[in-house]
Design a protein around this ligand. Structure first.
Ligand SMILES: Cc1cc2nc3c(=O)[nH]c(=O)nc-3n(C[C@H](O)[C@H](O)[C@H](O)COP(=O)(O)OP(=O)(O)OC[C@H]3O[C@@H](n4cnc5c(N)ncnc54)[C@H](O)[C@@H]3O)c2cc1C
Length: 598
């Protein structure tokens, strides 16, 4: 069975050495989370992930959740105790304002720890993950009274949250949703309809479940303009915060699914359940987007976390499994065969995953830091630039890191040969768990459309232009540094491809929208490679500087960083040219085939 070691050393390198986390102590919450405090938090989070969450990963996969005859749902053995320890440690509210019982620490720190916990047990971590999303939506759109009523118990984890968008006939196209909300004459609404695929919709980990539900108020405009968001508790709560009767919401079934068996995916029936409007009437989609944007970054992190967990298992196996001899001559002559880690093709798998994992970690933490700046800075210009970055990178992180997380779980499985295909080694679980991240929170094709259709043109292309400038300036600044030149050359080539693709879109997408649709997926991955390339450029430069300063204690770590960066630039970055070629081929061939010829 796989074991897991939280990559604390690497997180600290990214935060402190590459991103200069310590320079942001002017932001609220950062002073309380100084680099040494962060180090202690990461060490504690690592223990929780390795010792409490990870041992239950396999249990959750094998047992799954069970819906009982009375509609209650039982989670796998041990989940309740692990969840209790997580809540008692204050992890759920790490980045929530102290006013509501949280610790008010930076989102960056929350992201760093979340990686460990999700790598260790993705299905279990979805229960608090959904709660954090619901908390974010109530914080942003709730009245003072609503915040006071719902948040403290959610932040301590006594009540969990969900997000109810999907219905049988509508997932991506929420304009089609039919769940109804009728005023009850007492300031609330009666919610009726069916939601499907609701993660953590019913379970036994918390006293109450606070469902955030999209529904249409009677007489509302058709389409997305007529959707409102409601708070619908599983158990009614009185004005003193005491639990009362069951609300008319129930779990009709749980889905039999490919992975994340430990998380209950529920059909939820609302039969005139009492609900309370959150935010403005007909402003539901906007309010839900607060939750979804945060959730999209969280799902990107899931993809990344699965890649990391699968990589660690594959490395362990490749060191032990003896098969064949190295092409350059035996490396373990005393043994009957060499460990498979000597073979270039095994190295190709391991190095590729590693290069994405370390680059992905940097991209996630860089963007989390921008999120903190966007929310906390009082410098208007800095805030605007950080918000631009966040908006641009959210679909890239969601789409690219989840696609790669799945690809890399498969690559890591390949390292095990047939032993990866059978359940015994746990590699199949990584593949099955990683797959969903490409689908929910907006399938990845929709992330690509969001990037090309909304994020690129926003504010006259301000965000993407700033990104081009940042990458270009990095290449220029280190062009004459001999050690950096091969990296900056590859990165510059990637940037040129991205700029050419952007120009092609400007010239060809307006008059023919199918060109934008046909280009979007490649464009998202092309931008992902350039963003990861920038992260690698910075990490290698930092590692070189540290080595030059005589960072002997970390020599092996820093040298490995440089080697992995070179691998990324030589072996992964050239993929930008293929993306550009596909983008500029347009949509004609793709769309030419008549439907009945398929
Ligand atoms: C395990 C699991 C957990 C989930 N958890 C939740 C949850 O907690 N809450 C919740 O509300 N939902 C949840 N979902 C639902 C999930 O978000 C949806 O499945 C997802 O958004 C896709 O919707 P759909 O399945 O209806 O697919 P569809 O919308 O039917 O899409 C099918 C395919 O068509 C593509 N497509 C659709 N429209 C377009 C377009 N305009 N242009 C290009 N391509 C398009 C999509 O990308 C997709 O590949 C969950 C789903 C699963 C499987």
């Amino acid at each position: 069975m796989p074991t897991y070691r939280a990559p604390v050393r690497d997180t600290l390198f990214v935060l402190n050495d590459v991103l200069g986390y310590g320079n942001h102590d002017n932001l609220p919450g950062f002073a309380d989370a100084s680099p040494d405090v962060v180090e202690a938090i990461l060490a504690e989070g690592a223990k929780l992930a390795e010792n409490i969450m990870q041992p239950l990963n396999r249990v959750g996969d094998m047992e799954g959740c069970v819906r009982n005859d009375d509609g209650s749902v039982t989670t796998p053995k041990g989940f309740d105790d692990a969840y209790r320890q997580y809540c008692e440690g204050g992890w759920l509210g790490l980045a929530t304002p102290a006013e509501f019982g949280g610790q008010g620490l930076p989102y960056t720190v929350h992201s760093a720890v979340s990686e460990y916990l999700v790598s260790a047990n993705m299905a279990l971590m979805m229960y608090p993950g959904l709660t954090q999303g619901a908390v974010a939506a109530i914080l942003a759109h709730g009245s003072d009274e609503q915040k006071k009523k719902w948040l403290p118990k959610m932040v301590e984890g006594t009540w969990t949250g969900t997000m109810n968008l999907t219905e049988p006939h509508c997932g991506t196209d929420l304009g089609l949703l039919t769940t109804k909300a009728a005023p009850d004459g007492k300031g609330g609404y009666r919610i009726s309809g069916q939601k499907i695929f609701i993660s953590a919709g019913e379970h036994d980990l918390s006293e109450n479940i606070i469902h955030l539900v999209l529904a249409r108020i009677e007489g509302a405009p058709v389409g997305v303009k007529g959707i409102s968001l409601f708070v619908v508790p599983k158990v009614m709560v009185d004005d003193e915060g005491k639990l009362g009767e069951r609300n008319a919401v129930s779990c009709g079934a749980i889905e039999e699914k490919m992975g994340i068996h430990g998380n209950a995916t529920c059909v939820m029936n609302y039969d005139e359940a009492t609900g309370y409007l959150l935010g403005e009437e007909n402003g539901g989609l906007k309010a839900m987007f607060t939750m979804m944007n945060e959730a999209r970054l969280g799902v990107g992190l899931q993809g990344h976390a699965m890649g990391e967990a699968a990589y660690q298992a594959a490395v362990d196996y490749a060191r032990e499994r003896l098969q064949g001899r190295a092409l350059s001559g035996p490396k373990a002559p005393d043994k009957k065969a060499d460990p498979i880690i000597v073979h270039p093709d095994i190295r190709r798998n391991l190095m590729t995953i590693r290069a994405f994992n370390e680059g992905g970690r940097a991209l996630i933490l860089w963007t989390a830091l921008k999120s903190d700046i966007a929310h906390l800075s009082d410098d208007a210009k800095e805030k605007e630039a950080a918000s631009d970055h966040l908006a641009l990178m959210t679909p890239v992180i969601k789409g690219v890191l989840t696609d790669k997380g799945f690809d890399h779980a498969v690559m890591a499985q390949q390292v095990f040969g047939g032993h990866g295909y059978v359940e015994e080694h746990g590699m199949s679980q990584f593949v099955r768990d990683a797959r969903i991240a490409m689908i929910y929170e907006g399938a990845n094709g929709i992330q690509a459309l969001d990037l090309v259709g909304r994020k690129l043109p926003q504010n006259g292309g301000r965000a993407v232009q700033a990104f081009f400038k940042e990458v270009g300036e990095f290449c220029e600044a280190h062009r004459s540094d001999e050690a950096m030149a091969p990296l900056t050359k590859a990165l510059k080539k990637g940037l040129n491809d991205l700029q050419a693709a952007s120009l092609w879109l400007m010239q060809n997408a307006m008059q023919k929208p199918d060109n934008a649709g046909a280009a979007s997926y490649d464009y998202m991955h092309l931008m992902g490679l350039v963003a990861l390339g920038l992260m690698w450029g910075r990490m290698v430069k930092t590692a070189q500087d540290r080595l030059a300063e005589g960072g002997d204690a970390d020599k092996a770590f820093l040298e490995a960083k440089i080697m992995t960066g070179r691998y990324f630039m030589e072996r992964v970055m050239p993929g930008t040219a293929a993306h550009l070629a596909r983008i500029s081929s347009g949509s004609d061939t793709m769309m030419a085939m008549p439907e009945d010829a398929f």
